[in-house]
Design a protein around this ligand. Structure first.
Ligand SMILES: [Zn+2]
Length: 286
């Protein structure tokens, strides 16, 4: 078997199709894992698993293989292979090589074969919309909550205290919505005023939605900046908002312009004990 090096990825530019050479195959609990030299498929990140892996098809010699999921794989210093949650180190650890693993059913195409790679475009577009929406919501939420900070805290790309970056515990993107869960624990409460937060939620959601609608109306361009083609390159989401161009570290896929959405709205909920704020962001595509 060829010794796979880090997979090159083309999804940051928005690509959904490609051609590549199979470098290796692995037996995994959920099927066969196919590794190629270059791919448009976005894999689930094992360290910050926000955007799910792409699905689609892989075509070799006229035979189509359904790609049922796509995960991150890694090969350690001793040549050991691990995938997804079984990877024992953090994303990008330099002693490991980082791979995109396409999960297929049945006998996978052999190493050395040329394969066509085709991502399910509709699902990708829906995930990209939700992911762009998730970043915008975070910026608008930071602004809406800015007056509640009692102490200096790091600021976001628009200069507002970064509630999202400080309190987010889990971010999950799916084909319809993005769900962000924020922990409002004792440490945060020392710096962040939660007085009347529950009663304020409808007003905060209104304020966030107004800001989101304003940004959509300006049709701001969105792109991913990448220092290189490697899966683990430190990529950034860049959005040219009217106020300022904003950058957020991000490994996912995105829209090209905010005008691709007809609406973007958030729903804010506070848990009964007040320790968790949940934001559900819903994009509508044109
Ligand atoms: Zn992101």
């Amino acid at each position: 078997m060829a010794d796979p090096t880090t997979t090159s990825v083309t999804f940051p530019t928005g690509a959904t199709d490609g051609e590549a050479t199979v470098l290796g195959t692995y037996v995994l609990p959920r099927g066969a894992g196919v590794v190629v030299d270059s791919t448009p498929f976005h894999p689930l990140d094992h360290t910050w698993p926000d955007q799910p892996g792409d699905t689609g098809t892989l075509v070799a010699g006229g035979v189509a293989y359904e790609v049922v999921d796509c995960v991150t794989g890694a090969i350690g210093p001793e040549g050991e292979f691990a995938a997804g949650a079984a990877i024992p180190v953090r994303r990008g650890d330099e002693a490991w090589r980082w791979l995109v693993v396409h999960l297929v059913d049945g006998e996978p195409p052999a190493p050395g074969r040329t394969v066509g790679l085709h991502v399910d475009r509709d699902r990708r577009a829906a995930l990209s919309a939700a992911h762009t929406g998730c970043h915008l919501m975070a910026l608008a939420l930071n602004e809406a909550l800015a007056g509640r900070w009692r102490k200096e805290v790091r600021v976001d790309g628009l200069g507002h205290p970064d509630f999202d970056g400080t309190a987010v515990q889990v971010s999950r993107i799916d084909a319809g919505t993005a769900t962000d869960r924020y922990r409002i624990g004792r440490t945060l409460r020392r710096r962040f005023d939660t007085e009347g937060l529950r009663e304020a939620l409808p007003g905060l959601a209104f304020q966030v939605n107004e800001r989101l609608a304003g940004w959509l109306a300006r049709d701001a361009p969105v792109r991913i900046d990448a220092p290189g083609p490697d899966l683990t390159a430190r990529r950034q989401w860049v959005c040219e908002l009217p106020e300022r161009t904003v950058r957020i570290p991000c490994g996912g896929t995105h829209l090209r312009r905010l005008g691709e959405l007809t609406s973007l709205t958030v729903e804010l909920m506070l848990s009964d004990d007040g320790s968790e704020l949940v934001a559900v962001t819903t994009p509508q595509r044109s």
